[in-house]
Design a protein around this ligand. Structure first.
Ligand SMILES: [Fe+2]
Length: 211
């Protein structure tokens, strides 16, 4: 079964976690395969934008987990109906929701860190920005393999070593990138922004999603 749930690793503790906020609430978000994951989160609202950002990361982890299970399924069973559906779900997430999440960070998380962060934090943010660009390039190539599966194209599988490596590189970088954001960038941004700035940030995030 491709869709078995994927345990999400514990979130690094945050220096400024809001009192009374369940830091793991996003981990319980529905993994309904038929919604567009990451566009909406039932476990966090835009009035808590950092919870939304955490929930987005949890969705990324879930979708990377789905991708890993899909790849194993393809090796064992080929591009059957279940595989085609899973490929469509992975494509929807990384085509639509992930770019919106990157915009959230580039508009709201990175600027205060670049303006007021320590030299080490500024260096990290530059790395994160470069990684967003790298992941976008990697995804543009890697998605071609998944789109062929999703469309049921003849000869879509087996994938070549190069295709497998493209997906390995994308998934590996994404997983490392999230850890860097969760452990350093988000806590530092929360300190710099302060709760009074969360409401306009959340409104802008919702507006860009048509909310
Ligand atoms: Fe992120």
């Amino acid at each position: 079964m491709i869709r078995s749930s994927v345990p999400f690793p514990p979130r690094p503790s945050r220096a400024t976690a809001r009192t009374g906020t369940d830091a793991q609430s996003g981990a319980t978000a529905s993994a309904d395969a038929h919604e567009v994951p990451g566009l909406r989160s039932p476990a966090a609202g835009f009035d808590q934008p950092f919870e939304m950002l955490h929930a987005c990361h949890e969705r990324v982890q879930r979708t990377l987990g789905l991708l890993a299970r899909l790849r194993e399924h393809l090796r064992r069973h080929g591009a059957d109906a279940q595989a085609r559906e899973a490929a469509r779900d992975v494509l929807r997430y990384f085509d639509i929701a992930a770019p919106l999440h990157h915009e959230d960070e580039e508009l709201h998380v990175f600027p205060p860190l670049l303006a007021h962060g320590s030299a080490a934090v500024v260096e990290l943010v530059k790395t994160l920005q470069a990684e967003h660009a790298t992941m976008a390039r990697q995804w543009a190539e890697a998605r071609v393999s998944l789109a062929a599966v999703a469309e049921g194209a003849e000869g879509a599988v087996p994938w070549s070593a190069e295709q497998e490596k493209g997906l390995d590189d994308f998934a590996g970088l994404y997983a490392e990138h999230i850890v860097r954001e969760e452990s350093v960038a988000y806590p530092a941004a929360q300190v710099l922004l302060g709760e009074s700035e969360w409401a306009p940030m959340g409104r802008e995030m919702a507006r860009r999603r048509g909310g």
